[in-house]
Every structure is written in C-alpha cells, then in structure tokens.
Design a protein around this ligand. Structure first.
Ligand code: CMP
Length: 142
C-alpha cells in the first residue's frame, strides 16, 4: 500500500471542547505521523477559498460561519493508504451515522459541527495541504 498524505482539520467545535489532544492521540494510535501542525483562526476569505467546491450548496454560509467562529487545528498526516484510513478513523459526515470508535462518533454533534475534516481523495489532499502549508513547513517522512 502506498504511503500517502492527507489534510486534517480539527474544527472549532472540537477545539472549543478541548479535544485536540484526544483527537491527535487517536490519530497517532491509528498509525498516522503528524508532519505539520498549526492552530489558526480562519478568516472568512480563507474558509470560503478552502470550501469553494461547496459554494453553491445550501449549507455553505452556515459552514463558513461555523469554521470561522473560533480557531481550528490543521495537520498534515502520513501513513500507508492515508486518505482512506483517515476517513475510516473520522467516521461518517453525520455523527449519528458514524461507526463506534470514530472521531465523529466520539466528538461530533451533527452534520455541520462534526469535529474534523479530512481530504476525500489523494488529489484533493495534495491541493488542500498546499492551501495551508508551504512545502517548507511539512516535515520530511520519518
Ligand atoms: P467537511 O469534510 O469539512 O467538508 C464539507 C463539510 O460540509 C462537511 O465536512 C460537513 O461538516 C459540512 N456539511 C455537509 N452537509 C451539511 C449540512 N447539511 N449542513 C451543514 N453542514 C454540512
């Protein structure tokens, strides 16, 4: 299985609940290496740019308002098959449908306030990582 990278965002709801450490521990326990990590309060412009693919969706304004209400923690994760494996650890978008032992089951409240974001493909992971981190801020693989 190929070693891949994916982008994780711990969203405002989980940061407010002080679950950053618990979530990072779940990720390390699941075999991910954290190659870059930053806490950042997203501006409206940055959040709208990140979620541009969703701009025609009915929930877009709500999503941007939520993602900008307080700081997030953004991480670059690496392991074999990282995109799929991280989506497994995150759980379904709606925490009510997320499997046991997933981050969204443990810490998500609803489809909007669902604790974490993860890239949905290797190609989007590349784009999303570059959106937040210049190559010089991503540590080389261990
Ligand atoms: P994320 O992985 O960050 O990418 C897009 C986000 O849109 C998604 O997680 C959800 O949190 C959010 N989203 C999807 N559907 C809804 C919805 N019906 N209402 C509010 N937010 C939503």
């Amino acid at each position: 299985m190929a070693v891949e990278r994916t982008l994780s965002i711990i969203k405002p709801d989980a940061v407010e609940k002080k679950k950053v450490g618990a979530i990072l521990a779940m990720l390390e326990d699941a075999g991910f290496s954290i190659l870059a990590l930053r806490r950042q309060h997203l501006s409206r412009e940055v959040a709208e740019g990140f979620y541009a693919v969703h701009k025609e969706r009915g929930f877009f304004r709500e999503l941007v308002t939520f993602m900008t209400r307080s700081p997030v923690v953004i991480a670059v994760l690496e392991r074999d098959d990282a995109v799929k494996q991280y989506r497994g650890v995150m759980g379904a978008t709606d925490p009510a449908e997320a499997a046991a032992n997933t981050i969204r089951k443990a810490f998500g409240a609803n489809k909007g306030e669902n604790a974490v974001h993860g890239s949905d493909s290797v190609e989007n992971a590349r784009i999303e990582i570059a959106y937040f981190f210049p190559a010089s801020e991503v540590a080389p693989s261990a």
